[in-house]
Write a protein that binds this ligand. Structure first.
Ligand code: CTP
Ligand code: CA
Length: 224
């Protein structure tokens, strides 16, 4: 049944997709994370595979089933995701970075469970590496697509990310609306390219959105 959907459009292309949240440990029983479900990234991996690509999916912790015919690398923290992505980066043609990577992690992960007392607790946090920024800086000829999760000023903030991270395109995602984005089954996005091409992709299932994003990336690659 799945094979009827498959094309060979991206045969020979290697695609790296990151998905899901990351977990940043505080102690053996606690961590910091976010609401990302991984659904958008898994749908993109499925779409890219159906188009004939060889797909590497680097996934943070999710409850999703692994897509068939995709190579899945499971990671937990932002630093593990960074190491895995760096390792695969040189051999891929296209990168789509849907993962909601933690921006901060506890400066120290303590060995034993923190015991409560009656004082307020502060946790010192430090920055994680911006993986996408690193990829943009070390780009050879990969086509790099970022995601921007915003609750306001979608286009302004998204455009800044596109430029500052040296991306070829960015998918703008308004996560302030609960029926689209993050944990939802539906999404609605704006696809923005470095050249200023802007495409609105109206609300649909994440798989339908993924199919359209793959199509839009394909158009852009075709121009180069
Ligand atoms: N990203 C990344 N590594 C990080 C943080 C973000 O690779 N440590 C990537 C995400 O995978 C996404 C893009 O950067 O493709 C934008 O993520 P987002 O959280 O929207 O933007 P930030 O640059 O982190 O800025 P901010 O959270 O302050 O809006
Ligand atoms: Ca962020």
């Amino acid at each position: 049944e799945m094979d009827t959907n498959r094309t060979t459009k991206w045969k020979g292309k290697k695609v790296l997709i990151t998905a899901g949240p990351t977990r940043e440990a505080l102690d053996p029983v606690r961590y910091f994370t976010n609401y990302s479900s991984g659904k958008m990234g898994y749908a993109l991996a499925q779409s890219a595979m159906e188009n004939g690509a060889e797909v590497y999916l680097v996934s943070g912790p999710t409850h999703l089933e692994e897509p068939q015919n995709v190579r899945v690398f499971h990671v937990s923290s932002a630093s593990q995701m960074f190491e895995t992505v760096k390792h695969l980066y040189d051999e891929v043609d296209i990168v789509v970075k849907t993962a909601a990577v933690a921006d901060y992690r506890p400066k120290q992960t303590v060995e034993h469970k923190i015991k409560k007392n009656n004082e307020p607790l502060s946790v010192e946090m430090e920055r994680t590496t911006d993986i996408l920024h690193y990829l943009g800086e070390h780009k050879r000829n990969q086509f790099i697509v970022g995601f921007a999760a915003e609750t306001q000023n979608l286009k302004e903030y998204g455009t800044k990310k596109l430029v500052s991270k040296n991306l070829d395109a960015i998918v703008l995602n308004d996560v302030s609306q609960s029926d689209i984005g993050f944990d939802s089954d539906q999404n609605q996005v704006i696809f923005l390219t470095r050249a200023g091409n802007e495409q609105f992709v109206p609300q649909a299932s994440k798989k339908q959105i993924a199919d359209q994003i793959i199509h839009l990336i394909d158009n852009e690659i075709g121009k180069g």
